[in-house]
Design a protein around this ligand. Structure first.
Ligand SMILES: *Cc1c(COP(=O)(O)O)cnc(C)c1O
Length: 816
């Protein structure tokens, strides 16, 4: 906590306007969506290449925020600025880091910093869980480990804590130096070093040394990783310093590890995981445990409860048209803010939101203050229904609305069966681990079909930003959300894109646009296939039609003449056919179009003119593509000569945008590559896969050589072995052409071929050489088993694979 005056000193800011220098800053805000405690919040306006937070300032002033740290001149009316504290620095990110560094210096309890490529978050979460009986731990919320995330994490340190555990991650050289200055770690942890984010570094050794700068002044650093130990980094304490591994053996359900401690005592540990990464992560925690002098026997007892569940926020369909946001992160105030924010960006529902929360384990606040804070956070979402579980919550019930319901534990909640009445609402489920909230999640989603399409929203944003980095700042982006957003879920994707400020959305048919409008999407939406029967909806829902022929042109203008309010403007878009030979005015119709444009009524405005490239991905067609671009430029010039105002010109789809920078014009139309599929091999390393289609093994059968499998006996066992029946069939979009070994799926890290004919709802796969159990996960496509690959097996393109996934397959949206 610093006063405004102190912030000025720390950051050397220029005080543009100061009304209350003694205001205490308790909260630092960089994300305009999280304005929760306005009076004591300092909004730090960060600027990135595509995001300028200064634009949100007027909106935040309306929300009651009065303290701002900026790097641009802000023009406010004198009335507005009267009550403000407005500080200016050359670089707001640097100022944020300076504030965090000054805050860090107030505390002398140990700070553990964790870096590495993989496992940072899980090690941090596990360590917190293991050590919390002994320490009051402050930790990074979620995986806040960036140039912005680290300062925001450090800001959570208070005098009530006595141990800090923070993550630090970098993607470019020279970033770690800054994180080092902020964190000043007393203890270091170096987890696994992998290939992730390699682009910015010369090679792996370069990356290791860069990361290691975090620990340049740290007296002790632990790592279990053999590769890292081989690098002989100066302060790296190997397992041989604290523990010395002797053997490690995989048993049926656990890994048995024997090690010698410093005093040369031999211990045996049963680690409840089989995979190498989890075992390494547990051993890393063990090093810290022993460093603090805690007994090994207690460690064994505590690790039995660790869970390898991916810790993430998930939104999934639940009973009676509800949407469940399930948050398995630890339950504290910072986590609640993140979860509420995530919830807010999910499609809205008819009924008020339902919050199911457990007692919160937060060391830094008196109980009363803590629950008051929770109430204040929730108030932003009023009216809401609170269902609170735990004794502490009911003790503090006065802070919450009267209709809130309090339960002692999960059992009494489940017995009450009140959840059966939940309907058409967003539900946030967030509980401290010891309460066992996974049982509630199960009860709320029990009818779920076990085949799901997982959509990684963070990857989608990554891809969007990657595309932005290739565009001029003034080039606009239209995103195609036709065909259910390429199968990924139109409402959720649109809502995310709206937040990330894309300029336009495009749908194929008007009813998709209507659905978006009914779900809070206010971005401009164009309709690619405008039909006469849709005019009513286009008008009512302020969609923008694309006119592609004289017929549809006349019909729309007649319709407007009858129904339009002449004091309004109605935007339309014109499609030109330059060679695709699909919709669009072609050369023979140009004169007609130009004549008609000259006669447009004043209430109609041409917002854009565009054309579509037929084979931008195909090098052999480049000449054709260039001609399309040149022809388009010519016709737009002629149109511009007629229209008295400028309009947007656009022609590039994903492949066009990737391969023809000269075709970016005023706007690009992104489709497939936003969803993580590279339109050209050059793009592959930069895009992250967004979707994973997965199912489960319902049953395993042991068969003998020669036995037949499935319809028409098409499958045959070539030797004795086993098959798995999986819960996906052609009705889900698992194409029947993949039958009889053509298709393959991914089970426990191995490929398993389809055996026999694919059925409507089920498929049999050969598991003869694969370790697998009933209930195991089966990946149809995803990160390691790509859509491209599946499309090749099928002899089609990824577009068709994605858009063929049947709506009955549940879409689950998550942030890793
Ligand atoms: C679908 C579509 C796009 C996007 O194409 P991608 O290849 O997915 O990038 C662009 N423009 C129009 C007119 C489209 O129909």
């Amino acid at each position: 906590m610093f006063s405004v005056q102190e912030i000025i000193q720390i950051t050397q800011a220029e005080p543009l306007h100061i009304s209350t220098p003694n205001t205490l800053i308790k909260h630092l805000l960089t994300d305009s969506r999280q304005a929760f405690f306005p009076e004591h919040t300092l909004f730090i306006a960060l600027k990135g290449s595509n995001h300028n937070a200064h634009t949100f300032i007027p909106y935040l002033i309306e929300k009651g925020i009065t303290n701002f740290l900026v790097s641009e001149n802000i023009f406010l009316s004198s009335l507005q600025s009267q009550s403000l504290n407005l500080l200016k620095v050359p670089n707001t990110l640097q100022a944020l880091q300076q504030i965090a560094q000054a805050h860090r210096q107030k505390f002398d309890y140990p700070v553990i910093a964790i870096t590495g490529s993989n496992g940072k978050t899980i090690v941090k979460e596990w360590l917190t869980e293991l050590l919390s009986p002994y320490f009051n731990v402050v930790k990074s919320p979620k995986s806040y480990n960036s140039q912005v995330g680290v300062p925001l994490s450090v800001w959570h340190m208070t005098h009530k804590h006595n141990l800090a555990i923070f993550e630090a991650g970098i993607s470019m050289p020279n970033e770690m130096q800054k994180l080092q200055a902020i964190l000043q770690p007393d203890i270091g942890i170096f987890t696994n070093i992998g290939e992730a984010h390699d682009e910015g570094f010369l090679n792996r050794t370069h990356k290791i040394y860069e990361k290691y700068t975090l620990f340049q002044h740290t007296p002790i650093v632990f790592s279990i990783n053999q590769d890292l130990l081989a690098q002989k980094l100066p302060k790296l304490h190997a397992n041989f310093q604290v523990i010395s591994l002797t053997t490690s053996a995989q048993k049926k359900h656990y890994t048995e590890v024997k090690f010698l401690d410093k005093q040369q005592f031999l211990h045996t540990l049963q680690i409840p995981f089989l995979d190498k990464a989890s075992v390494e992560n547990v051993l890393t925690c063990l090093c810290i445990w022993l460093h603090f002098g805690l007994p090994v026997s207690d460690f064994q007892a505590k690790i039995a409860n660790l869970r390898a569940l991916p810790m993430r926020l998930e939104a999934k369909p639940a009973l009676n048209q509800c949407l469940l946001v399930d948050d398995s992160y630890n339950n504290d105030l910072a986590g609640l803010k993140i979860a509420l924010d995530f919830l807010q960006h999910q499609p809205k529902k008819k009924r008020e939101p339902i919050f199911i929360l457990s007692d919160m384990l937060e060391a830094s606040h008196e109980s009363e203050v803590l629950y008051q804070n929770i109430a204040q956070l929730l108030q932003q979402y009023a009216p809401y229904q609170l269902i609170a579980i735990g004794k502490e919550f009911s003790r503090q019930s006065i802070f919450f609305p009267e209709k809130s319901i309090f339960f002692e534990d999960v059992n009494t909640f489940l017995q009450s069966k009140i959840y059966k009445n939940f309907e058409n609402a967003q539900i946030l489920l967030k509980g401290a681990r010891k309460f066992g909230f996974e049982r509630i999640a199960q009860a709320l989603t029990s009818q779920q079909h076990s085949t799901v399409l997982e959509v990684n929203l963070e990857a989608l944003v990554h891809n969007l930003n990657f595309h932005r980095s290739l565009l001029k700042p003034e080039t606009k982006i239209m995103v195609m959300v036709k065909a259910f957003a390429y199968g990924s879920g139109i409402r959720e994707v649109a809502s995310l894109l709206q937040y990330h400020l894309v300029d336009y959305l495009a749908v194929a048919y008007a009813d998709e646009g209507v659905e978006l409008r009914q779900n809070g999407i206010h971005l401009p939406i164009v309709v690619l296939n405008s039909q006469e029967s849709d005019f009513e909806n286009i008008l009512t829902y302020q969609l923008e039609p694309i006119l592609y022929s004289p017929t549809i042109w006349q019909k729309w203008l007649h319709f407007l003449a009858r129904h339009a309010d002449p004091s309004q403007t109605y935007r339309l878009h014109i499609e030109i056919d330059t060679g695709m030979r699909r919709l669009g005015f072609d050369q023979t119709q140009y004169e007609w179009l130009l004549d008609s444009l000259a006669q447009l009524p004043t209430y109609v405005k041409v917002a854009s003119v565009f054309s579509h490239l037929a084979s931008a991905e195909d090098e052999a067609s480049d000449e054709f593509t260039r001609k399309q671009i040149a022809d388009f430029e010519q016709i737009t010039k002629r149109i511009q000569a007629i229209l008295p105002y400028p309009f947007l010109r656009h022609i590039a789809n994903s492949a066009g945008m990737a391969r023809f920078p000269e075709a970016h014009l005023d706007m690009v139309r992104l489709g497939i590559s936003l969803y993580g599929i590279a339109p050209h091999p050059h793009f592959k390393p930069y895009l992250q896969p967004v979707t994973t289609l997965k199912t489960v093994i319902s049953q395993i059968k042991y068969l003998s050589q020669g036995e037949s499998i499935g319809y028409n006996q098409k499958g045959k066992m070539l030797k004795d072995g086993k098959i798995g029946v999986i819960a996906i069939g052609y009705a889900d979009g698992f194409n029947r052409k993949l039958s009889n070994g053509i298709g393959k799926v991914w089970v426990n890290g191995k490929t398993a071929p389809v055996i026999g004919n694919i059925c409507m709802d089920m498929t049999m796969i050969d598991l003869t050489d694969i370790e697998a159990q009933e209930g195991d996960e089966v990946i149809i496509f995803g990160k390691n088993f790509t859509i491209d690959h599946l499309a090749q097996q099928l002899g089609t393109i990824p577009y068709e694979v994605l858009t063929s996934i049947h709506p009955r397959v549940k879409r689950v949206f998550y942030m890793p």
